[in-house]
Each structure stands twice: as C-alpha cells, then as structure tokens.
Ligand binder design. Structure first.
Ligand SMILES: Cc1ncc(COP(=O)(O)OP(=O)(O)O)c(N)n1
Ligand SMILES: Cc1ncsc1CCOP(=O)(O)O
Ligand SMILES: [Mg+2]
Length: 213
C-alpha cells in the first residue's frame, strides 16, 4: 500500500447524501480524493443485490479515476469484487482471519479507538490504522468518545511508521494539525458527502494535504 493513498480518504454509503451517491462520488474523484471506502450501513442501508450493484458501480468509477476502492466490514464482498482493500473494526472479523482469506495484495485497514487497540492492530499486522473518532461525529451512532489530536499524537509515538488515517468529525480546518500530530491523511464522510460542492471540497482537502506533504 502507498501511504499517500490515505491523504484524502473519502468514505460513503447511499445514506450519507441526499443526492445520487454516484454523482457525489464522481465529483469527489474529480476533486482528487486518494482513496474511497464503500460503507453501506445504518438507517435504510441497501442490502443484498442492491448493495452489491451500488458497490460495483462505485468500484467502476474508482477504476476510471485510478483511485483505490476499499470495502468496509464485508470481507466476503471485498474478496468477491476484487477490492483493493478492506476495512475492519474491533467488532468485525479478526485481522488474522481476514489475512487468511483475502488475496496477498489486498490492503487491510483496522480501526483503533485508543492506544491499546492501535498497538495491538500494529502487532497483528494491519497495513494501516483508522484512528478515531478524533472529534465528535453524528455519522456513526456507536462511535466511542473522541480522543482529540492529543490522542492521535500519543498513538503515533507508539506505532512507529505504521500508516495512520485520522477519522471522525474532520473538517478542512483540522487537516494541518492532524498531519502535524502524525496522521498520514484524513478520512472524511460528511464534510465531502454533504458539501454543497463535493468536487471543490475534495479538491481543497487535497490542496491542504499537498501543503503539508
Ligand atoms: C478509515 C476508517 N477508520 C475507521 C473506521 C471505523 O470502522 P468500525 O470501527 O468498524 O466502524 P464502522 O465504520 O464499521 O461503523 C472506518 N470505517 N474507516
Ligand atoms: C466511520 C467512523 N468511524 C469513526 S468516526 C466515523 C464517522 C466519520 O464520519 P464523519 O466524517 O461524518 O464524522
Ligand atoms: Mg466495521
């Protein structure tokens, strides 16, 4: 995995926008997102073939723009579709089991909500960790307490050069301080999926990251 993939890591499912999610994704891709995660869960989330169809359409768009396509939670769907990566949390399939069943080149991302989980995910061989929530978020109902930029800093000090993406309540104004605290990039749902102009917003996230890189 290239660390740069984590710079502007956009996540979305059909319920994160009032618009056509494919239109929003294409705008975000035009704006320069560096990775995309399909996260279809929560209220009114698509199931079965409807979920798979949307995933396939999104994967195709990502391929057109040469942006890696990851899947959240659903490791079997990721394998079936040949996704570039899969993201699992503390309550999802174990890293060891995921590693056993995915192809060798499939990236495995793991969530860490605190220092202990981060250190354990590093030991267990995660390719990157998603650290957060950093700030308060309304997007994830079961989100843990925000750990702030300080929490991120403490984790960076314990995991060496392991790639880290920060997540949770992230807006443009947070990018520089999160990069300074040791994140390789930011993971965003609402700030892009509900932006008036998703392309412009994605592009500004990209600019801020370039400023730091
Ligand atoms: C990049 C990234 N980081 C963290 C998460 C959260 O994963 P998880 O804790 O499993 O929660 P859900 O997203 O499944 O509700 C993520 N999806 N992506
Ligand atoms: C999936 C996830 N994991 C921790 S916070 C979060 C939600 C992030 O969404 P937003 O960028 O809208 O706060
Ligand atoms: Mg999960």
């Amino acid at each position: 995995m290239q660390r740069e993939w984590l710079q502007v890591y956009f996540i979305m499912g059909s319920n994160n926008t009032a618009q056509d999610p494919l239109v929003v994704l294409e705008e975000a891709l035009k704006g320069g997102i560096t990775c995309f995660q399909f996260r279809e869960k929560g209220k009114d989330a698509l199931q079965g073939s409807a979920k798979k169809q949307l995933a396939q359409q999104m994967q195709k768009l990502c391929q057109q723009y040469r942006v890696p396509f990851f899947i959240n939670d659903d490791v079997n769907l990721a394998i079936e579709m040949g996704a570039d990566g899969v993201h699992v949390g503390q309550d999802d399939m174990s890293i060891a089991r995921v590693r056993e069943i995915v192809p060798a080149d499939c990236v495995i991302g793991v969530s860490a909500t605190n220092l202990e989980e981060a250190v354990q995910a590093h030991k267990d061989g995660a390719d990157y960790i998603g650290v957060g929530p950093i700030f308060g978020t309304n997007t994830k109902e079961d989100a843990k307490q925000p750990i702030g930029t300080d929490g991120l800093c403490r984790i960076r000090k314990q995991v060496g050069t392991l790639p880290i993406v920060a997540i949770g309540g992230i807006k443009l104004r947070h990018v520089i301080s999160l990069r300074k605290a040791g994140a390789d990039g930011v993971s965003i749902i609402t700030a892009i999926s509900q932006a008036e102009k998703p392309q412009l917003m994605a592009n500004t996230f990209w600019d801020y990251n370039q400023y730091y890189s």
